[in-house]
Design a protein around this ligand. Structure first.
Ligand SMILES: NC(=O)c1ccc[n+]([C@@H]2O[C@H](COP(=O)([O-])OP(=O)(O)OC[C@H]3O[C@@H](n4cnc5c(N)ncnc54)[C@H](OP(=O)(O)O)[C@@H]3O)[C@@H](O)[C@H]2O)c1
Length: 198
């Protein structure tokens, strides 16, 4: 399969790339990869698909959210997750669906905070739930055998040093295990699902 992987240089993306190495994987990122793209910029997404050509699968392993106390959260801070992780991935799917071959797939990334809230995480919980809602709604309408799923990872072992203070009592999972859910989404038959790796 010809697969476009956005966020390929990240903690999740690197593992996904390795797990899908038996396919042709085109990599994209804001500052790295075969193609440069900024998912917060619609024109940049359109240019990415023009350059990449027809695809069998599109994977997003990116998305920024704002972590901070609810009592001090400004609208501007809340918009960070809405514009980047939520709308960025949704726009990738909205535009990308038209560049997929019949039977192709879209795989987006949410996260465990969708269902297990943490302190300072209200922006992330909102965005992850909304992404999962988009996947549910979009799956019902996609034609031509196209499918869409979200992978919801727990904190990665590889990111534990960075995030452990946010996730007391959580059990980190190896990125290689998380990557298997992306493989399941791309090579399997599931549609409209949240593939949890907890
Ligand atoms: N790491 C975890 O423990 C964990 C757990 C659960 C969920 N998640 C979710 O998994 C996703 C990836 O997390 P991560 O930790 O792997 O991130 P990361 O290591 O920070 O990597 C982010 C990747 O996304 C690319 N990127 C950043 N902003 C972009 C933009 N505006 N447009 C296009 N590409 C952009 C980066 O490209 P460049 O390097 O080229 O700039 C990089 O490849 C996020 O949605 C995160 O919430 C992560």
């Amino acid at each position: 399969m010809k697969i476009l992987l956005v966020g390929a240089s990240g903690a999740v993306g690197q593992a996904v790339r390795q797990t899908l190495a038996h396919h042709q994987v085109l990599t994209a990122g804001r500052n790295s990869g075969d193609f440069r793209v900024d998912l917060t910029d619609e024109a940049s997404i359109r240019a990415l698909f023009q350059a990449a050509g027809r695809l069998d699968a599109i994977i997003s392993a990116t998305g920024k959210v704002h972590f901070g106390p609810l009592a001090e959260m400004s609208t501007e801070q809340f918009r960070i997750g809405l514009e980047d992780k939520l709308l960025g991935q949704i726009n990738l799917a909205l535009i990308g669906q038209h560049h997929l071959n019949d039977g192709g797939s879209l795989t987006l990334t949410s996260g465990i905070i969708s269902e297990t809230p943490i302190r300072l995480g209200s922006n992330a919980t909102t965005v992850n739930r909304a992404l999962e809602g988009f996947v549910l709604g979009a799956a019902a309408e996609l034609g031509r055998g196209l499918r869409i799923n979200a992978v919801s990872p727990n904190v990665l072992a590889e990111s534990w040093n960075k995030y452990q203070n946010f996730f007391p009592g959580f059990e980190p999972v190896p990125a290689s295990r998380v990557a298997l859910a992306y493989r399941r989404s791309v090579e399997g038959v599931e549609n409209g699902q949240v593939l949890r790796v907890w």
